[in-house]
Design a protein around this ligand. Structure first.
Ligand code: PDD
Length: 284
């Protein structure tokens, strides 16, 4: 496995970061996850735009132009063997004496890119859906930044795993849905897809955008609006989206079946549209 670190390509075993890196000390950095299908990065411009938004959010200068990123990412894709990969980009504020305030003068950021094989969800999850729990969203108020400081998300996901579930669905103020610990969430009520609007309380998902575009292009009614906690329990279907999971049906919530407890027709349609879209746009 070949990675990129600060200008060099090397086997992952050789990659080293100093212990005073602010990513290690403070979680002071941002990241991106980009799927690669048939050796082509999916929605690269959109992912790089979101990366810029995250960097702006933590006041860190982008170390690379869009074309430089393109070259680095293509080189990593080329040097790793799977046809389908996911790229992990990680940028921290660099190495400096431990002090919460930004280093003066600024130091060089740490830039790390990793490729992993992209494994889409197993047949069992596609056929039967996944189990989820709802938990209180106790994160900060800048969840639109894809920050590497993921301790709240780690603890929330772990709570789901300990409850025998695949994902935690996050509820703010005991009132409304934000997203999953590492995914966006959609509900289906009477054939209409419902999902919260992008704001500071959730990550603006790239897959979320794809799903809404596919719904719009294929006559699936949708509403982007606040989704109340009370609406989740009565939903006909619940869906989860992310770059690595694509789209999955949530068939059990807090131990109770969602709808009839099986993946529903809106999931089936969107999953099929997503596969066709991938095939047409990425593999041809
Ligand atoms: N996570 N919300 C959160 C908190 C996430 O971490 C993610 C993705 C998403 C979905 O965004 P996208 O569709 O752009 O992948 C929503 C990635 C996959 C991760 O951390 O591994």
């Amino acid at each position: 496995m070949t990675i990129y670190l600060n200008g060099d390509y090397m086997p992952i075993e050789e990659a080293r970061v100093p212990v005073l890196d602010r990513g290690f000390i403070f979680g002071d950095g941002v990241y991106e996850v980009i799927p690669v299908y048939s050796r082509r990065a999916f929605r690269l411009t959109e992912h790089l735009k979101r990366l810029q938004h995250s960097l702006d959010g933590i006041k860190l200068k982008n170390p690379h132009s869009e074309s430089e990123w393109g070259l680095i990412l293509n080189e990593i894709i080329k040097r790793n063997s799977p046809e389908d990969q996911y790229l992990y980009l990680h940028i921290t504020r660099g190495v400096a004496k431990r002090d919460h305030a930004f280093p003066v003068p600024p130091v060089a950021p740490t830039v790390f890119v990793l490729s992993n094989p992209l494994t889409t969800p197993p047949a069992d999850q596609l056929q039967n859906g996944i189990r989820c729990i709802t938990v209180a969203d106790n994160r900060w108020l800048r969840c639109d930044i894809k920050a590497i400081a993921l301790l709240p998300n780690v603890l929330l996901r772990q709570a789901a795993v300990e409850a025998g579930c695949a994902e935690a669905i996050l509820i703010r103020d005991d009132t409304f849905l934000t997203e999953g610990a590492a995914s966006n969430i959609f509900a289906v009520k009477n054939g209409t897809l419902l999902t919260p609007p992008k704001d500071n309380l959730m990550l603006p998902g790239i897959t979320y955008d794809v799903i809404l575009e596919l719904a719009a292009a294929n006559g699936i009614p949708f509403e982007v609006r606040k989704v109340m906690k009370s609406e989740l329990s009565g939903a006909n279907e619940l869906l989860l989206t992310s770059s690595t999971k694509e789209v999955l049906a949530i068939t059990s919530l807090d131990g109770k079946p969602v709808g009839n407890g099986k993946p529903g027709p809106v999931f089936a349609r969107l999953h099929q549209l997503y596969q066709t879209f991938k095939q047409d746009v990425m593999r041809k």
